[in-house]
Write a protein that binds this ligand. Structure first.
Ligand SMILES: Cc1cc2nc3c(=O)[nH]c(=O)nc-3n(C[C@H](O)[C@H](O)[C@H](O)COP(=O)(O)OP(=O)(O)OC[C@H]3O[C@@H](n4cnc5c(N)ncnc54)[C@H](O)[C@@H]3O)c2cc1C
Length: 384
């Protein structure tokens, strides 16, 4: 019997897995279907670059046809829901049946019920978001003056917030634009939960880039002019971007898989509460003992290989591989510069400037090369 294997999502998790599945299932009686809303893979962890320069978009998008062979059926559509009883995925205007399903739909922005946040904040979860932030920053700057600068406020000081603030600062400097930049974080320090040496180095770079950092005071409300804090004075804004957290996709709202806030809970072999469904990347909370795997590109990329192998193993009735997340370190850009921390091939704990910048570019380029080829990756080099 032909096994129908369906992969949902074309991010790091989905793109990595589909490529590996093509290899694993080459000689199996299986049909591969890949579903995603766009017909390209987006190197999302570099999407903040588009805030400074929309021209970067071309270099960080890879057409699906460059990722998979023609024998894989690609369906460009939005996933609306997953019915695990019927083994069917509902799309915009059709249904796809599966024998094995890999959920790799990534995440969406979490608003934590903060009044006015969803209605008033811009988000950064894709190319259109990044282009819109660029447009709004540019427009605000064009209406501002040295005496009355535009205020760009970024809420949430994790990887996306910090890197976005860095790109707005580069835009300001390149265009000599009158912009004040604020980075707001509810917790005591930026990059919450990370090593203090890394936090301190990133903070120093942000301050050198003239980003005002406000910490230890949660946002309690937002309206169309200002954000409001638990303790501090309200902060008015011209552009407000919220990158303060992630949650699972609405498409997983009604499915019967065990989940936490629509992020599907999965074992360390990516099995979910349904034997026929596996989940990886930001879409999943993958058990790793004490802490689940982090919602990062790095983790999704690593997980993809093993998840694909395990789907092949399920088809062949073989025991599953378990996966252990291997933290290879952190790379953060602040505009043109970068900070690297705990990178396993380099003996220095935290470093910055050119070596870190090179390494960050190299890691993104290697991902593009893995998916396509080194010549394609090198074409993108200047944008990374
Ligand atoms: C600005 C920014 C900077 C970041 N920087 C870093 C970094 O420096 N390092 C790092 O490790 N991580 C970083 N991250 C996090 C990283 O990008 C994510 O953890 C990673 O993208 C997760 O991969 P994924 O494949 O699970 O999801 P995604 O890459 O988000 O892919 C999800 C896929 O599913 C598709 N999809 C979603 N919903 C639907 C639907 N309903 N129907 C059809 N298709 C759908 C999407 O279009 C996409 O193709 C950053 C994220 C952002 C936003």
């Amino acid at each position: 019997m032909t096994e129908k294997v369906v992969v949902l999502g074309a991010g790091y998790a989905g793109a990595g897995a589909i490529q590996r599945l093509e290899v694993e299932l080459e000689h199996a009686d299986a049909e591969l279907t890949w579903v995603s809303e766009h017909d390209y893979h987006l190197v999302l962890h570099e999407a903040h670059r588009v805030i400074r320069d929309p021209g970067v978009a071309e270099d960080i998008t890879i057409p699906v046809g460059d990722v998979v062979s023609p024998s894989t059926d690609f369906v460009q559509a939005r996933v609306e829901s997953v019915d695990t009883d019927e083994q069917v995925v509902a799309l915009d205007d059709e249904e796809v049946e599966y024998d094995y399903l890999l959920v790799a739909l990534g995440s969406q922005t979490a608003y934590y019920g903060i009044p006015g946040m969803e209605e008033n904040a811009l988000t950064l979860k894709g190319l259109d978001d990044a282009r819109e932030i660029h447009r709004r920053v540019k427009q605000a700057a064009s209406e501002a003056s040295r005496n009355d600068p535009a205020k760009v406020v970024i809420g949430g000081a994790g990887l996306s917030g910090i890197q976005s603030a860095g790109e707005v600062a580069e835009f300001r400097d390149e265009h000599r634009a009158p912009i004040d930049i604020y980075l707001v974080e509810a917790l005591e320090e930026i990059m919450p939960g990370q090593d203090s040496e890394l936090q301190g180095t990133v903070r120093r770079h942000l301050e050198e880039a003239d980003v005002d950092i406000l910490t230890d005071d949660p946002i309690t409300e937002a309206d169309e002019d200002a954000i409001y804090f638990d303790e501090g004075e309200p902060l008015d804004y011209d552009v407000f971007v919220w990158t303060g957290g992630i949650t699972g996709q609405d498409a997983l709202d009604d499915c019967d898989l065990d989940n936490e806030h629509n992020r599907v809970t999965a074992e360390s072999d990516f099995r979910t509460s349904d034997d026929r469904v596996f989940a990886i990347g930001d879409s999943a909370i993958v058990d790793q003992g004490n802490d689940p795997a982090p919602p990062t590109a790095q983790a999704a990329w690593q997980a993809a290989e093993v998840a694909a192998q395990n789907i092949a193993r399920a088809i062949n009735d073989q025991p599953f591989e378990t996966w252990t997340y291997d933290d290879k370190g952190t790379l953060v850009s602040i505009g043109e510069t970068a900070v690297a921390h705990d990178v396993d091939v380099i003996p220095v704990r935290t470093f910055n400037s050119y070596p870190a910048q090179f390494l960050k570019k190299f890691v993104a380029a290697r991902w593009i090369a893995d998916l396509t080829s080194w010549p394609r990756a090198l074409k993108s080099w200047s944008s990374l």
